[in-house]
Design a protein around this ligand. Sequence first.
Ligand code: SF4
Length: 252
Amino acid sequence: MLQAPRFIVAAPFFFLRENAMPRILIHACCGPCSLMPIVHLRDEGWEPSLLFFNPNIHPAWEWERRRDAIMEASEKLSVSLMVEGEPQNPGAWVRRLNGVVREGARCRLCYRPRLDLAAARAADLGFDAFTTSLLYSRYQHHDVIREEAELAAEKHAVAFLYRDFREWWYDGIRMSRELGIYRQKWCGCILSMGEALRMQKEAEQIKTAKKAENAARLAAEAEERRLRQEALAAKKARKAKRREQRLAAREA
Ligand code: SF4
């Protein structure tokens, strides 16, 4: 049984539809990823609204940070926003995966409830279609998202609008920086957090090893230069000594 949205911010929904633009519900995974879908769907003539529903974001303070970021984006771009759900217990989520923990395979199981709720809300609230900001991210499994969204659309008898928002990847990054919207460092779940931390650690280790390698190379080069200068100085000294000896021999 679906619960009612917890709260709505920014502009209210349109209920008087005559001559109104078609309304689309965008499932918003986070602030930065939602910007280009909002901008470009508006350009196409849609009236967008946002739904933030991403309960497996870990830890809870990160979920709150991303919720605050989407609220900021909705205010700055004057888009309605519904926030649903709360941060889940990460252990319960991992248990529900039933051993399907590999990145990619588990992501399908993560997209499914999010897109299902978006489709259900779109149908219940009379939207003309729904879509998702997950289609903006170059790090997500685009085709899987599309498949899951189409299944959800069929289940709830509502239109799914497919768009490949990835073409505006750099515009989205630029806009999120200009608006000062929080940009997260990992996808969301506890597993992605662990992977991101591991990758970060590996990158730091590589950086440290490269730094040490560079320092050793510079030290070796400096030593080589010092030895060359010493050899040159010794050669000069020998030459000077030989000249002195020649002069002394001539004078004698
Ligand atoms: S990596 Fe991202 S998409 Fe995949 S399961 Fe974790 S939160 Fe979901």
